[in-house]
Design a protein around this ligand. Sequence first.
Ligand code: HEC
Length: 231
Amino acid sequence: MNRVIAFAVLSFMALAVARAAGDHQSWPFEAPFGSFDATTLQQGLVVYQADCAECHGLRLIRYRDLRGIGLSHSEIVALTSKIKRMVGKKEMAVTPDDRMRALDSHGSSVAAPDLSLTVAARRGGPEALYSLLTGYREAPPDAAIIPGYYYNVAYPGGQIAMAPALKKGSVTFADGVKPDVGEMAHDVTVFLAWSADPTLNERKLVGLTAMIYLVVFWLVGLIALRPGRGR
Ligand code: HEC
């Protein structure tokens, strides 16, 4: 028994050390019964609109899908009118005009990819996107950086044609908080994990309900069939 307790304590400590060592974020929605938190998703949307939407689209998400993260009809209308797009059915995609404007204004020759599935498609999932967004550093003197590229320790090859998009103070959340770059990266990553899997919450709820249902019937079965009954 003591050994079991010692093993449990040591495993827990090892896990804590591993977490502390690597600036790992917590992604509760990845747990078997975890779900997306609406406040985090809405904050992620604020960051996305302010700092990513100019260049990147989410063509698999329609504006009306934002009801799934708790936005009301009028909030969606406010969002779409600000960027002069139709309400509802329209995808959150970047139009060819937007794309040209973004390329011109940043003097870039590389078009920004659609981000609808980026968290699902990326090896390493949300942690990898978070690392990319927070991976910009001063380039070491011996690094050969291609003009128009930026040094980023998390991107394969160490440089990416995307300027650091997150700047402290560029957004204010609904509760008045001005998030730092780490918080913005975290929340926009959660939002983009949602865009890749918008029905996760409902799916896990159905799973959980089914499990409870099965457990209840298992117990009923146990009681009904316990030895000695009916004699
Ligand atoms: C100024 C335009 C611009 C903005 C703003 C911008 N990006 Fe990018 N992004 C790009 C370009 C261009 C690339 C392609 C880079 C390359 O291929 O080297 C890119 C690439 C990416 C990739 C990598 C795709 C891949 O796997 O190669 C991700 C993920 C990404 N951006 C996320 C974001 C997020 C999240 C935001 C907002 C916080 C954002 N970007 C803001 C222009 C932008």
